[in-house]
Design a protein around this ligand. Structure first.
Ligand code: PMP
Length: 362
């Protein structure tokens, strides 16, 4: 089998060392004579996995003591329901404000409207979501229970470089496509969530980091398994969790720690993105999708002056071992997702391929 560089947006490439360790452990975990996914989520072996996840996340993301870490089913989108169900009661009129910087923010706001009043406080739709809109905190509806943002926009390849501040109104961030890729001051947020399938492990679960004082006033109709209090009280084991996904995350977190942690990975991610953006900026064939000031380090989006070149680009890249570069259907063009696990060599290989392709086609 020849290895490819996988630029898929998620489920995404995981560190090679993690995949190899999982393969080795799969049939015989810790000399048990059984695989981890075959044993109880209440076993001491799994308890250790869970406590590794807690302590590594706390250390790597520098999570303050007054925040809880939860592992919840349903990936990131289930949090589009869980967040309003748990937090809308913080507002007497059950109002929440959303900043829409892409499709995921729009979806989150629509989901909230099932449970209360959800407002579009700001939107990047006018620019086709190619930039982060300017925010005037003074214009915020003061009754907002929270303000929801998407910190990195996976489809369009934009991100917030600096986060807005709304005083006592908590900021909620969907960090699915960039969690642990750069330093974040958690204390500036009321709640952060991230689906696992980009920087953390397999799809299907989400990590939720929530400030303690925001928990405990869920709407009456909140299903028990979506109530943050139930999750906290049961250490995320109110029902049988996805033990495999959490085990994989524990390996990814150990890998990240071994690599040097978030500071080191952030510097590497900046370099990786630069390698590809430099090719785009110097090119007459490729055009960047997002505005330079708001460019994502995780999802590099670009298009072609000549649309006829898109399909041959994707096909030839794939034949060269550069996999899954097609852009999202809502955006078109190409997208290179370069999460933490993508090595610098993958970005260099892509940059070289792009240069060669341009030479051949201009
Ligand atoms: N939010 C963001 C920013 C995403 O990138 C994605 C998935 N690409 C989602 C939410 C949805 O994740 P899930 O499929 O786990 O619900």
């Amino acid at each position: 089998m020849s290895q490819v560089f996988n630029f898929g947006a998620g489920p995404a490439m995981l560190p090679r060392a993690v995949m190899e360790k999982a393969q080795k452990d799969f049939l015989n975990y810790n000399n048990l004579g059984a695989g981890l996914i075959e044993i109880s989520h209440r076993s001491s072996e799994f308890e250790e996995v869970l406590s590794d996840c807690d302590s590594l996340l706390k250390e790597l993301a520098t999570i303050p003591d007054n925040y809880k870490i939860l592992y919840m089913h349903g990936g990131a989108q289930m949090q589009f329901s869980a967040v309003p169900l748990n937090l809308l009661n913080l507002s007497s009129s059950k109002t929440a404000s959303y900043i829409e910087t892409g499709t995921w923010g729009v979806k989150a706001r629509k989901e909230c409207s099932r449970f209360g009043r959800s407002l579009t406080f700001a939107s990047g739709a006018k620019s086709g979501f190619t930039e982060i809109p300017k925010i005037d905190p003074a214009a915020l509806e003061p009754e907002s229970a929270y303000v929801h943002i998407t910190s990195n926009n996976t489809l369009y390849g934009t991100r917030w470089t600096a986060f807005p501040d709304f005083g006592d109104i908590p900021l909620v961030a969907d960090m699915t496509s960039e969690f642990l890729s750069r330093k974040i001051d958690i204390s500036k947020f009321g709640l952060i969530f991230a689906g696992l399938q980009k920087n953390l492990g397999p799809a299907g679960l989400a990590v939720v980091i929530v400030r303690e004082d925001l928990v405990g006033s869920a709407l009456q109709q909140t299903p028990a398994l979506l109530d943050y209090k139930t999750c906290i009280d049961s250490h995320s084991l109110a029902n049988t969790t996805n033990t495999f996904a959490l085990y994989m995350m524990s390996l990814v977190l150990k890998w990240l720690k071994q690599e040097g942690g978030v500071d080191v990975i952030e510097a590497r991610n900046e370099l990786k993105a630069k390698i590809i953006y430099e090719v785009i900026d110097a090119s007459n064939l490729y055009t960047g999708v997002s505005r330079q000031k708001d460019r994502s380090m995780m999802n590099v989006t670009f298009n072609f002056q000549n649309q006829d070149l898109l399909a041959p680009f994707i096909n030839q890249a794939e034949s060269s071992g550069l996999y899954a570069l097609k852009g999202h259907r809502d955006v078109g063009g190409a997208r290179a997702s370069i999460y933490n696990a993508m090595p610098i060599e993958g970005c260099e290989a892509l940059a070289q391929f792009m240069l060669d392709f341009e030479k051949k086609n201009s």
